[in-house]
Ligand binder design. Structure first.
Ligand code: NAI
Length: 488
């Protein structure tokens, strides 16, 4: 129980609406519910203080309540300024047994439409465990576990500690973005207020479990530079995460976002998908499914060859730009759509980014186009009038539009991702000796377990390997069935 209970959400009276959605979604998240049934008696996360930074949606509410059911204490923020479902955030704060007047759930700091300052304030709040420490009569500062999506929470600890050791925060960063100056400002205040705060926090953390491709990339970079402060589990590269959520999740939530934002007919249009990785594959499939003509761009010859074999034209952006109605970016890279590209686009072309950060569409550069005018059609849908007389529509200000314009991936596929998250938290928290400093992937037995937990809900009849067959192909009857480097 939390005595001093701080939180910040849009409106607690939305909790009942959120609770109804959570209740229905639980039926669609068999993996998480099975883990609750399996582990709630044993309480493997008892003593875990989890700071979570991940889109505060209905599905995430069920993840949070699963972590709590397994014994953890949790503080939560969203990892994107537009992705929070306010009713889900309210329901988590109120909790399954609380009331609006007497909330008894989990501290959440998230609402839809945060400013960058508010976003980083929320991220800072989830590292302040002083009220929990006071309630427990203990003297910890922060969490002992991080659950991250995109790596912002992990970044804050690493940068905070780095500047504490240096004794000062630089005036500007390696990157001159508005967002980075917000982070520097926050850390400057933190350093002044408590010069060893993030050093203590870093020392208390046992590890981080990271949800997405972009966050995992940041972790490997930290490790390569010898800067990683605690062990990490790369949840993204569980097969039952990236080959499901990234692919089948976006196949649902990309068209959902396009429809809710614009209601433009996709059939018959020319769509361009930058990147043919997991997210790009699901995006292209969804658009083709609606009857669009899809053109893919890739830098990797293997993915380019996959795309053409799957029946897509593969071309550079520049060579087809004038023919495209809908642009989708799914690379996780920077500067895919640049200001000069906008001037070549069709009137009312749509720009939809589903990669993790907003520099994939160079929003900073677009803002600087001479004579450009931004008109809000509705929240997260903007018409940008160009000096050439045409305009383009940019969704969610260049940020993940499947979460900003819709409600992200549906429950069933998030159950596969989040079951991996829960197992990863249990692994790192209960077996710290098995995970040395570095970036790890969950053992294949757990990956197969996550898949298994989702079969019966979909009426799957799995074939049982016989002993003879198992010997013949050299795998145990109970799995794992594939070598680690198998690619699915
Ligand atoms: P991935 O690594 O499987 O695919 C990215 C692809 O983009 C690669 O094949 C790469 O060769 C290609 N690429 C890189 N630079 C390029 C360029 N300049 N032009 C064309 N292609 C280029 O990564 P994944 O898992 O598909 O993730 C992509 C992004 O989507 C990441 O930022 C990830 O965090 C994010 N993501 C978003 C989700 C959502 O709900 N919107 C869900 C899961 C991941």
């Amino acid at each position: 129980t939390i005595t001093a209970f701080d939180y910040k959400v849009a409106d607690l009276t939305l909790a009942e609406a959120g609770r109804h959605q959570i209740r229905l979604a639980e039926n669609e998240m068999p993996g998480l519910m099975a883990l609750r049934a399996e582990f709630s008696a044993a309480q493997p996360l008892k003593g875990a203080r989890i700071t979570g930074s991940l889109h505060m949606t209905v599905q995430t509410a069920i993840l949070i309540e699963t972590l709590v059911a397994l014994g953890a204490q949790v503080r939560w923020a969203s990892c994107n300024i537009f992705s929070t479902q306010d009713e889900a955030a309210a329901a988590v704060v109120v909790g399954p047994n609380g009331t609006v007047d007497n909330p008894s759930g989990t501290p959440v700091f998230a609402w839809k439409g945060e400013t960058l300052e508010e976003y980083w304030w929320c991220t800072d709040r989830i590292f302040d465990w002083s009220s929990e420490a006071a309630a427990a009569g203990e003297d910890f500062t922060g969490p002992n576990m991080i659950l991250d999506d995109g790596g912002d929470a992990t970044l804050l600890v690493h940068k905070g500690r780095e500047f504490e050791i240096a004794g000062s925060v630089p005036a500007t960063g390696a990157d001159d973005s508005e967002e980075y100056s917000v982070i520097l400002e926050l850390l400057r205040a933190s350093l002044k207020n408590d010069p060893t705060r993030f050093t203590r926090i870093a020392g208390e953390i046992k590890g981080v479990t990271e949800e997405t491709t972009t966050g995992v990339h940041r972790l490997y970079e930290f490790h390569k530079r010898g800067e990683l402060l605690f062990p990490a589990i790369n949840v993204n590269d569980s097969v039952t995460k990236s080959k499901f959520d990234n692919k089948y999740g976006i196949r649902h939530s990309l068209p959902d976002g396009l429809n809710r934002a614009t209601d433009t007919l996709i059939g018959g249009k020319t769509c361009f998908v930058a990147g043919y990785g997991d997210v790009g594959k699901g995006s292209a499939d969804a658009l083709r499914g609606q009857g669009a003509r899809v053109i893919v761009s890739e830098i990797d010859p293997i993915c380019a060859l996959q795309a053409v074999m799957d029946g897509y034209q593969v071309a550079t952006l520049e060579s087809v730009i004038e023919t495209v109605d809908i642009f989708v970016t799914a690379t996780g890279n920077t500067a895919i759509i640049k200001p000069e590209h906008l001037l070549q686009m069709k009137h009312q072309a749509i720009i939809a980014n589903v990669g993790h950060f907003d520099d994939e569409v160079d929003m900073a550069g677009i803002n600087r186009i001479q004579g450009i005018e931004k008109i809000e059609i509705k929240p997260q849908v903007h018409e940008w009038r160009l000096p050439n007389g045409r305009s383009v529509l940019i969704l969610s200000e260049g940020r993940l539009m499947n979460l900003g314009n819709a409600t992200g991936h549906p429950s069933f596929v998030m159950s596969t991702s989040f079951a991996n998250q829960v197992l990863a938290q249990i692994e790192l928290f209960t077996k710290p000796d098995e995970y040395e400093l570095g970036v790890h992937i969950l053992p294949k037995t757990l990956d197969e377990k996550v898949a298994r937990l989702h079969l019966s809900a979909l009426g799957v009849e799995l074939t049982q390997l016989t002993n003879d067959q198992a010997r013949y192909i050299g795998v145990p009857v109970q799995g794992p069935y594939k070598v680690d480097h198998y690619r699915y």
